[in-house]
Design a protein around this ligand. Structure first.
Ligand code: WTA
Length: 636
């Protein structure tokens, strides 16, 4: 029996039970039947969560691009692989067939080789959502180089930190990018970043906005002429199953970003399998995920998962509000999109607009609607269901993380009955559990706790680049022999999961994970700032927004506070990027601290949320008087 495509609920339960009872047989069958290998594995799984060490399909040899491209050429060579929709609706969409993708990836791979890039080298990619971005990922994978994509909304400082952390040799960027009516000077940002990156010898520049930029002699090269001269054939590098495929940075609650390392075979098998099932993808469907490839959602469900299934995947360069707030619906109509995958923050922003912007477009091609990145609130769920899906397309509320590589808990469309705000059931192979404060598992249903996973799945990140100890401390130390997600969840009477949100100091703003500590570090560099604490508070479009409590060094001076607020946000923009700006900044004389000097964030969160009736246990507070002061001056 093939377990590859689940079609009924009873089948789901059957497959799920098998995946728990015989995980190795389960994944082995999927790997055997649906992928091409140069050599099969010696062992399906070897793992030890205490070290932690996880190896899938050890001994196997493969190249992921052969699975994503070459093997489709015979039957799907002329099928569109990537459908590029430009920022400007008047610019022609580009249909890149599998055959063309094969040639362009090979040319790009040969260019990288000519620049001296070889297996295991790290390549930083800082590009907007243009075809070169997807092609660059695949070109790296073709030659066994490890890509590290940095979202092209991050600042120069954030970019240089990431380049240096993984010691990238080369940066791939563009002259600039379009973002609605605006253009962004990407190359300028890269130039600023590279001042601090002595290891980068080469910068390849794609031409997109035709702006005037400076090219540094010896370092910067235009990409197109190199591609034009490169051969359309490039033998794939044969990789080991556990060779790293990419690094992708995610925020942590403390310190610098974590470079999550994903490896080749397990990641391929899991993203392909989940793509097929979670989106119920059928051969001639057009699938569109609105994420940016700078995030994990784009890696797994714009590039690798869809292409491994021979799908047509849409890549959209622009923003949902340009030229008007009907753009998403116009694109669905224009390309007859069948599966649409987006984030709650986008849904909430679009739900605020006139329904005429939806109703002007024919959305009848839609079959599946997806949501990812943060909890979807009930109102947004219903708006999406009623107006976009017209109550005919199931909503797939998919829970997962950069670290998990692929979707973990999600309904399967036309299989799992959905309930608003519930991510519902674990996918085959995923064994979630809830843990209490005493690190004991909470059994049974109608319970709430911290979400952990008991057993490895093929696409779990294997380490943090250059810091295995941090990997262990962050994910495998809170609970014995478990992967800890950092999220809270509840399990209802029928065993459905509902994700309630982060339980650590990560705040999800507009679907972007932001650690509060790095933002505090940035603010504290302002000469007028003595100390700061940042917490999240609910925001009706962004999901959460950031509230900063800031102690100034010199309260008595006549500094204009609004100017200071601007300067603080400017520093954050420079260190991290505009996505991390604070919505509210309250200046205060102190912060509530415990006797051991720890900031009591729990109290600050309550004040930011305007939920101060019961502040909880304050007996360990060193300075209770400051709480009253903060409450009296809280910003509403
Ligand atoms: C949150 C994005 C509720 C969660 C793929 C997780 C969600 C973090 C959902 C990972 C969902 C993601 N419901 N919360 N459907 N999906 N999250 O690494 O807190 O950018 O830990 O990966 O987003 O964010 P990341």
């Amino acid at each position: 029996m093939s377990n590859y495509h689940i079609k009924h609920l009873e089948e789901y339960y059957k497959v799920y039970r098998k995946s728990v009872r015989e995980p190795e047989i389960f994944w082995e069958e999927i790997a055997e039947e649906h992928f091409s290998w140069h050599k099969k594995w010696d062992k399906v799984l070897e793992w030890d969560f205490t070290k932690p060490e996880i190896k899938w399909f050890q001994g196997a040899k493969l190249n992921i691009t052969e699975n994503c491209i070459d093997r489709h050429l015979r039957t799907k060579g002329d099928k569109t692989a990537i459908l590029f929709e430009p920022n400007d609706p008047n610019e022609k969409a580009e249909h890149i067939s599998y055959k063309q993708l094969y040639e362009r990836v090979n040319q790009f791979a040969n260019v990288l080789k000519d620049q001296g890039i070889k297996k295991g080298d790290r390549v930083c990619i800082y590009l907007p959502m243009i075809p070169e971005l997807a092609i660059a990922l695949l070109a790296c994978a073709r030659i066994g180089a490890i890509h590290s994509v940095v979202f092209a909304g991050f600042s120069a400082t954030a970019l240089s930190t990431r380049i240096n952390d993984s010691d990238c040799r080369i940066v791939i960027t563009s002259d600039g990018s379009y973002r609605g009516a605006k253009t962004i000077d990407l190359k300028g940002i890269v130039d600023d970043a590279l001042v601090d990156c002595p290891g980068v010898k080469t910068c390849l520049v794609a031409k997109r906005i035709h702006s005037k930029i400076t090219m540094k002699e010896g370092r910067d090269k235009w990409l197109q002429p190199l591609l034009d001269n490169a051969s359309k054939n490039c033998e794939p590098e044969i990789m080991d199953a556990e060779d790293p495929l990419f690094i992708l940075y995610t925020s942590g609650s403390t310190g610098k970003p974590k470079g999550m390392v994903h490896t080749t075979a397990g990641y391929m098998v899991y993203t392909a399998y989940t793509f097929k099932n979670v989106f119920n993808y059928k051969d001639n469907d057009v699938y569109w995920c609105t994420a940016d490839i700078g995030w994990i959602t784009g890696h797994s469900y714009i590039v690798y998962g869809p292409l491994a299934n021979g799908a047509t995947t849409v890549m959209f360069e622009g923003v949902p509000s340009y030229p008007d707030f009907g753009r998403f619906w116009a694109i669905i109509n224009k390309h007859n999109v069948n599966q649409f995958y987006t984030a709650p923050t986008a849904i909430r922003a679009l739900a605020k607009q006139s329904l005429d912007l939806v109703n002007q477009h024919d959305l009848s091609s839609l079959k599946v609607l997806g949501s990812v990145g943060e909890p979807i609130n009930e109102e947004a769920w219903h708006w999406y269901n009623d107006n976009i899906g017209q109550k005919k397309s199931p909503i797939i509320d998919s829970w997962w993380q950069t670290e998990t590589g692929g979707i973990m808990i999600s309904p399967l469309p036309y299989v799992t009955p959905t309930i608003p705000t519930y991510a519902t059931l674990p996918l085959p192979g995923i064994q979630p559990c809830l843990m209490n404060e005493d690190a004991l598992e909470i059994k049974g249903n109608q319970v709430e706790g911290r979400l952990c996973i008991k057993y490895p799945w093929p696409s779990i990140a294997r380490t943090i680049w250059g810091n295995h100890k941090r990997y262990k401390d962050t994910y495998f130390s809170a609970y014995d022999k478990m992967y800890f997600t950092g999220d809270g969840a509840l399990r209802d009477a029928v065993g459905y999961y509902r994700i309630t949100g982060r339980v650590d100091d990560v705040v999800i703003v507009s679907g972007h994970n932001l650690g509060t500590a790095p933002i505090e570090d940035a603010i504290n560099e302002h000469p007028a700032v003595a100390e700061s604490a940042i917490v999240g508070f609910p925001h009706d479009i962004k999901g959460n927004a950031l509230y900063g409590y800031v102690i100034l060094k010199d309260v008595g001076t006549d500094r204009n506070h609004d100017n200071l607020r601007k300067e603080i946000n400017q520093i954050i923009t420079e260190h991290i990027g505009p996505i991390a700006k604070l919505d509210k900044i309250q200046f205060t004389s102190g912060l509530p601290k415990t006797r051991s000097g720890k900031i009591m964030r729990r109290i600050l969160r309550k004040i930011a949320r305007n939920d101060t009736k019961d502040l909880g246990d304050t007996s360990t507070l060193l300075n209770p008087e400051v709480v009253q002061e903060i409450m009296d001056n809280a910003l509403r």
